[in-house]
Design a protein around this ligand. Structure first.
Ligand code: ADP
Ligand code: MG
Length: 666
């Protein structure tokens, strides 16, 4: 179990361009098992023909003298060559002190072999060479099939890795040169022709085209690209030619990070996996002692040592926690690659597993449910300062802020041809506003709701009723003017909320914006509840309070101000276009900025869990029936399993587990 485990966990899936050898060694191991299987199976034919038991059954006479020795010789070859991977595995597990499947198989085949040699050469008793040979054949075949399934599960990611072109056309003075992608540096310009794969993450500086990003983001429609738009390595350029400025190369590119994330996610342990491993260890102990007890019981019952030994071997073989070791990793491999293709990255598997239990999803408003593209709609002087001057000074303050409101104000000032000089002594007050010095004077730009003093003005009331976001420009606590901004609700948000509610979840919204805006958005989307005018640290507090009441909460956000809440929630989900802080704090990252993907996350988490439980049943449940059968409980009714039949059953459960995992669908 443990060597397979390593395969599924690290090597099989952790494929990057530099790490491709992992893939090769896996393939080599598969070929090795196949060779051993073919060789052993061919040798099994004469073993069957030479075996006294079989010959009696088909009525063959003794053929030639010394055939006993020949039988021993052939069986020794099968034991040594075919049984080698298991014996090697047994010693490795013993050395690591984690007895598992290999110990069971190793002990089973070794007991069968040495007893038979002794019986054939010295005591003249019955041997079970043919049972030994078929057992090894079936085990080898089972391993081979299973390793191939593991390969299949990790294929999707290998495909993504292979998507990356190895060379690019770099623009240099007066021409184009073809260079290996590794030589590109951020800032270089590369040319991508129609139909080519994009070699790096970058920004379009010239040209227009549509790009197929479906392999990376799951977005099935080609995405239009024009100067200023970002492109990702591995996506396929459409009809136009593009000049791209390199932003990220190699390990920093999106694809490499996805692969790295998936690899780490598969290594990150989860409760279910721990459970499966404990069960596997327990089963090993049960099987070894079960084998011993079975043998003792049959001997006490007066059966021959041969009969007792055969029952013991069958018990050990059947109880192999082989499938159990694979049940979870296989589902994880399939699930993580489905997730990546659907456009979300699982950073913490434990949290992802918890997503199936959620009963509440809390969304941040700005940039998550709304587009986060603010337009300035109103400017309202509150003292003797012109609208233009209010906007100009506000823009100077905002020039240094990353907030969506800042972008809206700066754009509005630029459109009006105002000259923007970034403020000095700039300071951001998250969730409230900004302050700084413009032309020697200290100003603050704060949200209406964060002001202590009431500002009463008929104009403001009106803006509030319209659901506008309002910021106030102040100097020395004196309000100079108000700026009204409007954001748009994302079209996808309504559907996202609807789907989540249909799935039985409560949907809430948290925002630092004023009550008017919050009310307006909540109405538009049909939210179950909303909290307005919350400061960043209060966001986490509200999530904590919900959890104290026993709710299981997911938080979805994009901003710096959402980070504490993302950490506090049972499941933190960051919108991919959000800030790095948000992404670092999240358990799951949505690549597309689509709130509907939250429902996909929960749906996949539910399905994944169901698959895991099914697999644990197939892997472990059958033991409950098979072990007593193997021990010979129903012998009096004529039901008895041979070791090879036991091995076949065990392999069958492994194959069922592998196939079942692959049947996981988005
Ligand atoms: P949300 O929770 O909706 O993402 P924030 O917590 O980021 O909103 O902001 C809350 C409020 O604080 C905004 O509605 C705005 O009034 C004010 N604010 C925050 N940052 C800025 C800024 N850079 N410029 C102006 N106002 C800001
Ligand atoms: Mg936000």
């Amino acid at each position: 179990m443990h060597d397979m485990h390593d395969m599924a966990g690290t090597r099989g899936v952790g494929v990057s361009r530099s790490g491709m050898h992992g893939h090769h060694s896996h393939a080599a191991m598969i070929r090795d098992y196949w060779r051993r299987f073919v060789f052993s199976t061919i040798l099994t034919v004469p073993i069957l023909l030479l075996s006294p038991g079989i010959r009696e059954a088909v009525g063959l006479e003794t053929m030639f003298p010394g055939e006993d020795y020949m039988l021993v010789g052939l069986a020794s070859l099968v034991y040594a060559y075919g049984g080698w991977p298991f014996i090697k595995g047994m010693f490795r597990e013993l050395k690591r002190r984690i007895p598992g499947m290999m110990v069971l198989i190793g002990v089973a085949v070794s007991v069968a072999y040495f007893y038979s040699v002794f019986a054939a050469l010295y005591s003249g008793g019955k041997s079970f060479f043919w049972e030994l040979a078929t057992l090894i054949d079936v085990m080898l075949l089972g391993h081979w099939v299973e390793m191939r399934s593991v390969m299949g599960a990790s294929k999707a990611l290998e495909e993504i890795a292979r998507l990356l072109p190895s060379t690019a056309r770099r623009l240099v003075d007066g021409g184009v040169e073809e260079v290996p992608v590794e030589e590109l540096r951020p800032g270089d310009l590369v040319l991508v022709r129609p139909g080519e794969k994009i070699p790096v993450d970058g920004e379009v500086v010239e040209g227009a085209s549509s790009v197929d990003e479906s392999m990376l983001t799951g977005e099935s429609m080609p995405v239009g690209k024009k100067p200023g738009d970002g492109v990702i390595a591995g996506s396929v350029n459409g009809e136009g030619s593009l000049t791209i400025r390199v932003l990220k190369t190699g390990r920093d590119t999106y694809v490499s990070q996805v692969i790295e994330l998936v690899r780490r996610a598969q290594e990150s342990r989860s409760r279910t996996q721990d459970l499966a491993d404990k069960a596997a260890l327990l089963l090993t102990v049960v099987a070894l002692s079960g084998g011993a007890v079975t043998m003792a019981a049959w001997m006490l019952a007066g059966r021959s040592i041969l009969f007792a030994l055969e029952r013991a071997v069958t018990v050990m073989v059947i109880a192999c926690p082989h499938a159990l070791g694979l049940a979870i990793p296989l589902v994880v491999a399939v699930s993580t690659s489905i997730a990546a293709r659907q456009g979300f990255l699982v950073r913490m598997r434990d949290a992802f597993e918890k997503a199936r239990l959620l009963d509440t999803v809390v969304f941040d408003k700005t940039g998550t449910l709304t587009k986060g593209e603010f337009g300035v709609t109103d400017i309202l002087p509150l003292a003797d300062m012109s609208s233009e001057e209010i906007l100009r000074i506000a823009a100077c303050l905002e020039a240094r802020s990353e907030h969506p409101i800042a972008a809206g104000i700066v754009r509005a000032a630029e459109e009006r041809g105002l000259k923007i000089r970034p403020a000095q002594s700039f300071k951001a007050m998250p969730g409230r506003g900004v302050e700084g010095v413009v032309e020697g004077r200290h100003y603050r730009l704060l949200s209406l709701q964060s002001l202590k003093e009431e500002i009463s003005s008929r104009g403001l009331e009106e803006l509030l009723e319209q659901g506008k976001t309002i910021v106030i420009l102040l100097s020395d606590d004196k309000p100079l003017g108000a700026i009204g901004l409007a954001d748009m609700v994302r079209e996808e948000s309504r559907e996202a909320v609807e789907t989540l509610r249909e799935m039985g979840l409560r949907v809430a919204m948290l925002t630092g914006d004023n009550k008017g805006v919050a009310h307006w958005v909540a109405e538009q989307l049909g939210l179950d509840e909303y909290y307005a005018e919350v400061l960043p640290h209060e966001k986490a507090g509200i999530i904590a309070e919900m959890r104290r009441k026993g709710r299981r909460v997911a938080m979805v956000g994009d901003g710096i101000n959402d980070a504490p809440a993302l950490v506090e929630a049972d499941v933190g989900i960051a919108i991919g276009a959000g800030t790095d802080v948000a992404i670092e704090s999240a358990d799951i990252v949505l690549v597309r900025n689509d709130p509907r993907d939250v429902a996909s996350v929960i749906r996949l988490a539910r399905k994944t869990y169901r698959k895991m439980v099914e697999n644990l049943f197939w892997a472990a449940g059958y033991n409950a029936i098979a072990i007593p059968l193997a021990a010979g409980v129903l012998y009096s009714m004529g039901v008895l399993l041979t070791p090879a039949a036991g091995a076949a059953l065990m392999s069958l459960s492994t194959v069922i587990v592998a196939v079942n995992a692959r049947l996981l669908k988005p």
